[in-house]
Write a protein that binds this ligand. Sequence first.
Ligand code: PLP
Length: 361
Amino acid sequence: MKLPVPEYILSLKPYVAGKPIEELEREFGIKDAVKLASNENPLGPSPMALAAIRQTAENLHRYPNSGSYDLCHHLAGLLGIGCENIVLGNGSDDLITMLARVLLQPGDEVVLPEPSFLFYEIVIRSAGALPVGIPLKSGVTDLDGMLAHIGPKTRLVFVTNPHNPTGTLITRQALDAFVEGLPANVVLVVDEAYFEFVNERNSPNSLDYLNSDKTVVGLRTFSKAYGLAGLRIGYGLMPDHFAELLHRVRQPFNVNSLAQAAAIAALKDQEFLQKTVQLVSAELAFLYRALDEIGLKYYRSSANFLLINVKKNADDVFRDLLKEGIIVRSMTSYGYVDCIRANVGLHSENVRLVTALNKVL
Ligand SMILES: Cc1ncc(COP(=O)(O)O)c(C=O)c1O
């Protein structure tokens, strides 16, 4: 029997995640594979987060705190806002899903840069809404182009800052003007998954728009700089009346207790965060020099990854690198047929990437 599944669900393609290390090792019989495909923290999780997890594990027979009370208040104190401005999620993916559930109906439109983080499109289409992709200009989000495409059907706008997959940054001036020009009935999401890596002065911060007359939602995550991708925890920063709507559609226990405890500990471990940010900054400089020597083009990145033009079919280069034990991301699914994205690893891992690129190209 044919099930009454909407056409917009039948036409979806599942998200393809970065290849796990153990899968590559199984398939190729390789021992010391390196994964640079999902913009994770090469230093691992903070030791303080690990200790909090061990301690909290004793209470795993209890449901987690439904609103992530302690974590929410800890974050609110750090950010100088109220807990009512924060919604915690099972990764920022969870927040993206909640936003769509609150705002989108079939036929609505969502304006976003093209290419963007691929999960946005899945969430938009699974609500029956339509993505309106505005091509980047020289790797940078075209905010004027996006504004020009906001129409009566637009409910939601995504920008990612720094952008994924290019690592480029929007200037504060440009974002100020964009927010100013935004119709009041459109919600702007500023996805700041890589916020902690930004060291450019005067770069925008979604919090600066919290009290503006527009609805601006900032998204942040513990998956990248805080090294907790496997636990799944992220959060959204937004006006309290809008947070209240997200709480209506949120799963009651969407953030597990280990994640809540680990996130508080990770926030307290500023030394680990600094070490991570310094490693990424130093290793980006190393990669720039090495790529310049090979003669490969890339965008200078404000995040922990690089979009690299390999001047060849990216799927082929991805497969050749796998044989060298290195997992990167082919960007063909993002529309860049000759580009790969690789995140910054440990120095030894970055050396292996450069050596392998030299070999396979
Ligand atoms: C721009 C962007 N947003 C959101 C996410 C999802 O992060 P999380 O692990 O918090 O769900 C990612 C992960 O790669 C990302 O690159």
